[in-house]
Ligand binder design. Sequence first.
Ligand code: NIG
Ligand code: FE
Length: 415
Amino acid sequence: MTTAATPSPSADGRWLNLRLAPALFAADAPLAEGEVACIVVQQGHIAWVGPQQQVPAAYAALPAHDGGGQLATPGLIDCHTHLVYGGQRANEFAMRLAGASYEEIARAGGGIVSSVKATRQASEDELYALALPRLQSLLREGVCAIEIKSGYGLALEHERKQLRVARRLGEDLGVTVRTTFLGAHALPPEYAGRSQDYIDLVCNEMLPALAQEGLVDAVDAFCERIGFSLAETEQVFRTAQALGLPVKLHAEQLSNMGGSALAARYGALSCDHIEHLDAAGIAAMQAAGTVAVLLPGAYYCLRDTHMPPIAALRAAGVPMAISTDHNPGTSPALSLLLMVNQACTLFGLTVPEALAGVTRHAAQALGLQDTHGTLAAGRPANFVLWPLAEAAELAYWLGQRPACTVVRQGRIHAP
Ligand code: NIG
Ligand code: FE
């Protein structure tokens, strides 16, 4: 994988002989279904997208890149990950197969807290080395922007370590990284029985310090019986609001706590998981413009049977995004396209819905809708060329990794 030390080639020029699926991904000039398309890149940004026949003369002298008739899509976006952590939890996978529930394992001192122990023991460089191949795996499959949460440190220095690694990964690999502070992910063992004291620490010390250091783009919490209460979550949201940071929430995953309606009141970018979301939560999200982030990998790994209310979300017009939720406990997934497949097969999304879920709706879940998630002039050049006959193949193959060419931040990453 190329790093900042050995820059990949510039993507500037005319990308010719592309197919664009105009019904899915708009172009600057109208494009008929099946018409040959061109993307013009200048200084790392998209200058023009449209029918190849109509490329403005001003770009005629730019170098040509032959797209070879491949399908072009916007760069994919993985809008919910816990990519930076120590250790792994295959033992809990085996325990769940033997009948233990995720909640039982957490209450017995495993779960998130077990990853906290391993993460605290790891140095920043060790965490970087562990996260690097995970990120590379996602990038090879066309991911051009990713959210990375903290939440396995649960103490200032260890949360800082995670967020610093996230920032370094973004800089070194030339990928948009949005960091999310998830200090309210679980109660660390040293605060057992003192939940309020821990939330005070999160709000009065951890979050202000990390925000001041420029390490926090958004704030999240785990509002759940084994996480934090509505009141505790609201305290975190109030702190985020005072610091001018957007919020999002792990909401209604195992039970209906009403977290989504609370998050919507704070203008949340997204509510994520939402298997137990009710009608009031959907209405609140719709009114607030909050994105529903579906995490089929966690649903699948936990062998959950309580589906998110897809039909009601669709009827309400709530935008649906899809993400890996990569984490060592509930979703050790490193393929966003596998999640696209699962969103279709397990949750019943249509292919266009699923593709919007990893492009423009995922961008919206990160507040990146003005720069990412669609192909349009003025945006950083993030797009993918797929050797596939039709867009539905992005959802269809199971575990196949197409040999795609990725243009990320204006640089070419060949297969
Ligand atoms: O998104 N549900 C809470 N957080 C993670 C799981 C974290 C863990 O088990 O380590 C999730 O599924
Ligand atoms: Fe998560």
